[in-house]
Design a protein around this ligand. Structure first.
Ligand SMILES: [Ca+2]
Ligand SMILES: [Ca+2]
Length: 636
């Protein structure tokens, strides 16, 4: 709204009838962030009487014979336009109906010439080498939600189909597909129910990344393992303009976003731009927008088959039924970027998780960021985090530039090192320290990476923490995706090691990302066994302890800026333990962890009394660390 008011001379937009009075500017208890959220977490001014519809007026000062408004204020606004009329003061104007907070991209046609609005500094690339003007209507003058600083985010990934079935009416599994590869019923309605019930709030989650809401192919297609799969995962986009009916409709998606926002929770959607499913109407209409599945040597160009994953990274097809966009084609790039922008505007989301970044032409990313800045980002930073599933920091960093591309990426190299050192107990703690020393600040001063140890493309992390680990840090675990599927470990040790690793994630900068089910150590081998339906009750004691620990860690992280924004100093270590200090202005937190199965003395911790911020115990240094334990300590 600030942006709109800044050029109020341009848009005399504000139809202020019914503007809420001071006392109802969102101080509605039902909408307040619960007490365990960060002191500086966003509060949520929600207007008591929002005004959905109003009108806005555009003006042009200049001599002309005719002036017309063109833009996306109406479905045919770019082709039909609205004639502007000259007032007695010589100012041209046109008034169009809008909804509250509607973002309008427009141009003026002055005596037949298309121009941007000379009085409006906010411009967005039009994809043809020139600009459009952009304004946001503000009907109720209601203050925006308090903006999140993304360094304060704690993220949770919901694979919608596998999370919570809120409506059996939309359940429609694909015939010919076995259970693990098929739709299981999870939907937006189920997700909203969990948001409303406070599930995420109790876990200290303030950001949810949801799997793609875009319509997916209804086909069954074979995976590389020969089993038939459906598009339950969201990575087979078909009709790019529609919501996937098996997980809900657009109103239900919007209700998820609104419910999250009311609780101070941001929403990211997974946007899949690299490819479409071969049944997509976009592919049918525009085959020239896609790379041919032809390696030039008489073979296909499927990644890892006729084309190399790396040498042909941007053009190879992930599978023979997944045509790959060629964004060197300007029409293809405009269409795709338009589509991503449209999803952001329609849903009111706060960011994107962008799939398979190293497999697209970089021009797509730079075009998207420029338009996000102009057309979507008004009240707070629109966070874009990429997936580059790679152990190389250089290739990951290539796409991190908050000004022109991504805010950050998922930190796969950190994940690998943490799994090696803390869960599998390979090597020694100094390996991890050396890695952290190199990793901190690696991606640039304004980047915000996302840290994690589990996601939907690797075996469930609990099995890497078992006494005898079942998987290595880069294992896909596909050999245990359908058969010989791992069981829940019965011993507490694996869960205790996970708690140590999460203590590190929650005490270092970056956005910790929790994969659904990992909060209670969900078991599972490789894809699709790593995507079992969420378990909502009946946890073992070690599972419950892990989940409680994560909730407590989130509270500690929210309470201490040093953990979210501070700098780390190693104080002491041995082969099996590590002590470090996190410091920010006026805030110091000590972290001590022991990965071994025996008790160890923490070294480097200054002598004195401490309060364990997770358990509230008071302890004294020199300090003994129990087997497989970590403490977050505040000097007393
Ligand atoms: Ca359902
Ligand atoms: Ca590609």
């Amino acid at each position: 709204m600030i942006a709109t008011l800044a050029f109020g001379a341009l848009v005399s937009a504000l139809m202020l009838t019914g503007c809420p009075s001071e006392q109802n500017l969102g101080r509605d208890d039902a909408n307040m962030t619960p007490v365990d959220a960060a002191p500086d977490a966003p509060v949520n001014p929600v207007c008591a009487n929002p005004i959905p519809n109003c009108s806005t007026t555009f003006t042009y000062r200049g001599s002309a014979q005719s002036v017309e408004l063109r833009g996306d204020f109406a479905a045919d606004g770019w082709t039909v336009g609205v004639p502007m009329t000259r007032g007695a003061d010589g100012v041209w104007s046109a008034t169009v109906p809008v909804t509250d907070n509607q973002i309008i991209v427009y141009k003026y046609v002055v005596d037949g010439n298309w121009i941007t609005d000379p009085a409006n500094p906010r411009k967005s690339p039009d994809g043809f080498g020139a600009d459009n003007s952009v304004v946001r209507a503000d009907c109720d003058n209601c203050p925006a939600r308090a903006a999140i600083d993304w360094r304060d985010a704690i993220m949770y990934f919901v694979l919608i189909d596998r999370f919570n079935d809120g409506s059996t009416a939309n359940n429609a599994p694909v015939s010919g597909v076995e259970g693990p590869g098929n739709y299981t019923g999870g939907d937006f309605a189920g997700l909203k129910a969990k948001i409303d019930s406070g599930y995420f709030t109790e876990l200290g989650i303030n950001t949810i990344w949801i799997s793609s809401p875009v319509d997916n192919a209804d086909n069954a297609n074979p995976g590389s393992d020969g089993h038939a799969y459906s598009g339950y995962h969201g990575y087979w986009p078909a009709d790019l303009l529609k919501v996937e009916s098996k997980i809900g409709n657009e109103a239900e998606l919007k209700a998820v976003v609104d419910a999250a926002h009311a609780r101070g929770i941001q929403v990211l959607i997974d946007y899949v731009m690299n490819h479409v499913h071969i049944s997509s109407p976009t592919y049918a209409a525009h085959q020239d927008w896609f790379w041919p599945n032809d390696n030039g040597f008489g073979g296909n160009c499927v990644c890892g088959q006729g084309c190399d994953w790396n040498a042909s990274a941007t053009r190879c097809w992930f599978d023979g039924f997944l045509p790959d966009f060629n964004f060197n084609n300007g029409d293809a790039r405009r269409f795709s970027v338009d589509n991503a922008i449209a999803w952001a505007k329609r849903t009111g989301i706060d960011g994107f998780r962008l799939d398979a970044v190293k497999h697209i032409e970089t021009s797509w990313l730079t075009d998207l960021r420029a338009r996000i800045k102009a057309e979507v980002q008004f009240d707070q930073r629109f966070y874009m985090v990429g997936e580059t599933f790679d152990g190389g920091r250089d290739v990951i960093k290539r796409y991190v530039n908050p000004d022109t591309m991504l805010d950050g990426q998922f930190d796969f190299p950190l994940r690998a090192q943490m799994i090696r050192t803390l869960l599998r107990r390979d090597g020694v703690m100094s390996d991890l320290i050396g890695f952290l020393n190199d990793n901190e600040n690696y991606y640039g001063p304004n980047s915000v990476m996302s840290t994690f140890i589990g996601n939907h493309d690797v075996p469930r992390v609990v099995h890497m923490a078992e006494d005898a680990p079942l998987f290595g840090e880069w294992d896909g675990g596909k050999d245990r995706g359908w058969v010989n599927r791992p069981n829940l470990p019965s011993a507490a040790s694996a869960f205790e090691r996970l708690a140590v690793a999460y203590t590190m994630l929650y005490t270092l900068p970056g956005i910790p990302m929790l994969y659904y089910g990992d909060e209670y150590g969900m078991p599972g081998g490789g894809d699709p066994d790593n995507r079992r339906y969420m378990q909502w009750s009946g946890y073992s004691a070690p599972q419950q302890a892990l989940r409680d620990r994560l909730a407590a860690l989130a509270k500690v992280r929210n309470a201490h800026a040093a953990l979210r924004r501070g700098t780390r100093t190693t104080l002491g270590s041995s082969n099996d333990h590590l002590v470090y200090q996190m410091s920010a202005a006026g805030d110091t937190v000590f972290v001590a962890m022991n990965r071994s199965d025996g008790q160890l003395q923490a070294t480097g911790l200054p002598p004195g009394d401490y309060r364990d911020a997770v358990t509230n115990e008071v302890v004294r240094a020199p300090l003994a660390l129990s087997p497989r334990s970590a403490r977050v300590l505040i000097a007393q």
